[in-house]
Write a protein that binds this ligand. Structure first.
Ligand code: 5GP
Length: 176
């Protein structure tokens, strides 16, 4: 596929175990509340759908489209909204589900954007974080895995639109 050399990095089993742990914590935190879970398109689709299915409680689904990479492997730092939420989140408990924090610019943008809409609370969850790549301070409430500063694909994450359907996370080996 696409001639790219990839190697397994985080297995499907490890991911599913971590998703269950995070979902259990969120179920505890929001036991009596309705949660508006926001999926950041497109990279979070797998993580989001696995996570919300394991949250024991009332969940409403929303989708937020942002573009920050544009088929390259380095962040432009620019975030463009490509699809907005379908309803107001004012006064709601909001869960923002993101695939990966690299420089931190996208998540900080998303948080600021959502906080401006005055939710009752905003909880952030990311599957992956690259601590060495952070360019700005970026606080995340729940982090699945801290990984090294390399480009990864799979489980929703793409390289030039491909590899999102891998059930595991792989390391891309031969990127310049
Ligand atoms: P940041 O703004 O934190 O630099 O970048 C966040 C976005 O960049 C993520 O939502 C994701 O789309 C993309 N990104 C960052 N690192 C990677 C990576 O290792 N692999 C892939 N496929 N996308 C990444």
């Amino acid at each position: 596929m696409n001639g790219l050399k990839i190697s397994p990095y985080i297995s499907a089993e490890q991911i599913q175990q971590k998703v269950s742990e995070i979902a259990a914590q969120l179920s505890q935190e929001f036991r009596q509340e309705t949660l508006v879970a926001i999926c950041v398109l497109k990279g979070s689709i797998m993580f989001y759908s696995d996570l919300i299915r394991r949250i024991d409680g009332d969940v409403q689904c929303e989708f937020f489209g942002v573009a920050s990479y544009h088929d390259a492997t380095t962040s432009s730092g620019e975030v463009k909204v490509t699809l907005d939420l379908t309803r107001p989140i004012e006064g709601q408990h909001v869960l923002l589900v993101e695939d990966i924090v690299d420089t931190g610019l996208t998540l900080n943008y998303l948080k600021a954007n959502l906080l401006a809409r005055k939710p009752k609370s905003l909880t952030t969850v990311v599957l992956l974080e690259k601590p060495e790549a952070l360019k700005v301070k970026c606080d995340v409430d729940h982090v699945g895995f801290k990984i090294r500063n390399d480009f990864v694909v799979g489980y929703g994450l793409d390289y030039q639109g491909l590899y999102r359907n891998l059930p595991y996370i792989a390391l891309v080996q031969d990127l310049q």
